[in-house]
Write a protein that binds this ligand. Sequence first.
Ligand SMILES: Cc1cc2nc3c(=O)[nH]c(=O)nc-3n(C[C@H](O)[C@H](O)[C@H](O)COP(=O)(O)O)c2cc1C
Ligand code: SF4
Length: 460
Amino acid sequence: MNSRTPEAKEENVGANDFREALTDVRVQETCFHDRHITPQIYAGLTSAADWSIKAYEARDGYQALRRILTEGLTPEQVIAEVKASGLRGRGGAGFPTGLKWSFMPRQFPGQKYLVCNSDEGEPGTFKDRDILRYNPHIVIEGMAIAAYAMGISVGYNYIHGEIWDAYARFEEALDEARAAGYLGESIMGSAFSFQLHAFHGYGAYICGEETALLESLEGKKGQPRFKPPFPASFGLYGKPTTINNTETFAAVPWIIRNGGPKFLEVGKPNNGGTKIFSVSGDVERPGNYEIPLGTPFAKLLELAGGMRGGHKLKMVIPGGSSMPVLPAEIMMATDMDYDSIAKAGSMLGSGAVIVMNETRCAVKSLLRLSYFYYEESCGQCTPCREGTGWLWRIVDRIEHGKGTHDDLKRLGEIAENIQGRTICALGDAAAMPVKAFLKHYWSEFEHHVEHKHCMVPSYV
Ligand SMILES: Cc1cc2nc3c(=O)[nH]c(=O)nc-3n(C[C@H](O)[C@H](O)[C@H](O)COP(=O)(O)O)c2cc1C
Ligand code: SF4
């Protein structure tokens, strides 16, 4: 989306690298394997046919909503349960969900909206599309419960524009839920009404940023808004709006059925429940794995079949492409939860775990990431629009043996000047990987500059 540069030749080199990275992606496994530990979202799912409402009801589906409406749980009680669960947003920032719900001005007299963020454009992340494909009703039930708790009568699920089957599946599930009386007017004979719609998005990474998503949902160009005001007071069409990630909503029915404290117990303090990790890269079995927060990384790697072809683990991006990379020795001593990963120097983000072996070059890896952020910048603010291009071109020079020591210095300075100085967090997302790769793999960058080639064996 950003303005093009005159360096067409250099640009093609980066674009080809990126395409090469895409074709290198191995087919991921779906949720139909037995390698989930105490699953909550994948519980009982055994085949592709399980997505239907009948199969979902057989797995206690819609019992949480029924309990709320028939036992007369108050909205305050529902929010208290979600707060007690320690559920943190699964979209990236890990914000406490119960707290977010309590920000909604429930007594606001006009229209309020609930939005599900199924945009899922972060490289490495592929969990939300599988939830929509194989367990769409769990999202519908979670959204209906959230709508009840916040006094909302209209909701939308914004689904990534390049993923057609998940969108079609969700539409089918909505039809089923409406026909069964779980959506619409006076649900289960109560005073609660909720209309839920699917919206097929535009396929741009930036449309996953919550305010860009709202703009896009309103039919405008998907560009982030200045904040404040935040969506809780000025959201969709300027009305109070709550936005949560697909997996966040999918966690809610289990919490209401089993109680918030039980959910918290499954994970660890401040990190309640299970989390779906999308494991990709140099592992034997890439795929989605649902495990309790706090599970050691070493266990997750084992579930994913270990390192492919007997290679050695070199580095891991533990939370999606925008998060800082961590070397093997740090990851092998770290647990997979928000606080442990933060203590180790990165972030859990969306839970996309990108595993790289000892043949991967740190410079080339960063080049791929930098090209992505350059390509996806919406262009609204100068540090991001210009800075992402500078970062990419400098890393490209270094990778191709044309970099200088000055370039190395400049890389860090530019990243520092982008971070925290932009309208949305895409600027940070472009800067953080640069800083982390330089911090942990400085010698590789230096080697590229001094010897004009890579020090990693397979590239020599
Ligand atoms: C550039 C950018 C892209 C994002 N993409 C997504 C996305 O695809 N899905 C998502 O749930 N959140 C995404 N987020 C985070 C959302 O802005 C928001 O924090 C999230 O949807 C809130 O839901 P949660 O509290 O349940 O995590 C993105 C943020 C940024 C800055
Ligand atoms: S940080 Fe980048 S993506 Fe976000 S608003 Fe600014 S230019 Fe757009």
